[in-house]
Design a protein around this ligand. Sequence first.
Ligand SMILES: Nc1ncnc2c1ncn2[C@@H]1O[C@H](COP(=O)(O)OP(=O)(O)OP(=O)(O)O)[C@@H](O)[C@H]1O
Length: 305
Amino acid sequence: MENQVIELRDVLKKRRTKNIGPLSLAIPEGYVVALVGPNGSGKSTVLNMLIQAVLPDEGDIVWFGETYAEGLPLHIRKQIGFVPEQISMEERYLTADDAAAFRSQWYDTWDGYYFDELLSKFGVPRGVKLVKMSKGERRKYEIAAALAPRPKLLLLDEPSSGLDPFAWKLMISQLRECLKGGETTILLSTHIVDEVRRLADYIVLMHYGKVLGMVEKDSLLDNWKECWVTGDAELVQELPGVVSWKPEAAGALSFVTTACVEVERILQSAGIPILKTRGLELDEVLSLWIEGHTPAENGKMERRE
Ligand SMILES: Nc1ncnc2c1ncn2[C@@H]1O[C@H](COP(=O)(O)OP(=O)(O)OP(=O)(O)O)[C@@H](O)[C@H]1O
């Protein structure tokens, strides 16, 4: 059986206007799980509960097989790298190097050379206080500082927010690098479809404080597509997973399906060519999922090489 790095068991956080939870979720070791969902759906609250910056009102959180209701012990905290949504108050008036010197005291696995290399590659200004940096520069520092101790678990709250395209690509390649050994697990919240496409193994959808499901990314993105074929309404009614369709020019029609792999198989055996397909954007996938078009059950994944 796979090791679960994190487990949430009926976790509930009461907020003034809405509750986040009850949430039950298991994050398997060695995978990347993308938390997606509209603003205010509870993604940051989940991530903050995982470092005990926010404490749940009910339920249990299990880290590496143990619960720690009395506070996260240092040996567990040291295995977690966190990129928060907001810059921490304690580090505001420190430079990147001073903040790193402060952090490295808590992490015996802190790799100063790696941190230095990341700051240089990202072009983070040295000698400038974090509070005086641009949003993107601070983000780059946060990513470098989260990666430097080579943690087993990386919690990333919208890590690409404010990054330019060059820095974004660098972040993706560095995260992929971390995953190579198979022991690092990443839980990230994101609104960026390309980030999900390039990194995630699983997608967890949050909506109004609830988890609507956890599904394999490949299965979701391979199956949820818009297709163009030559045919009529009768044809579309025979096809599985069709959620909408419309006539197009020259006797063609387009339809959105949540079962494209099966649709392709059926059309191929009927000798009907698919003229074109388009993978849905993340917002389209989320809207359909939220409307109740649930993805197929996820199968077991092969472990990452
Ligand atoms: N400190 C707080 N006190 C009271 N309510 C809060 C607090 N932090 C968050 N909330 C509320 O909890 C809900 C979930 O917020 P959260 O930041 O977890 O959402 P999110 O999914 O990360 O949103 P976004 O995509 O906008 O970052 C929101 O309705 C928010 O107003």
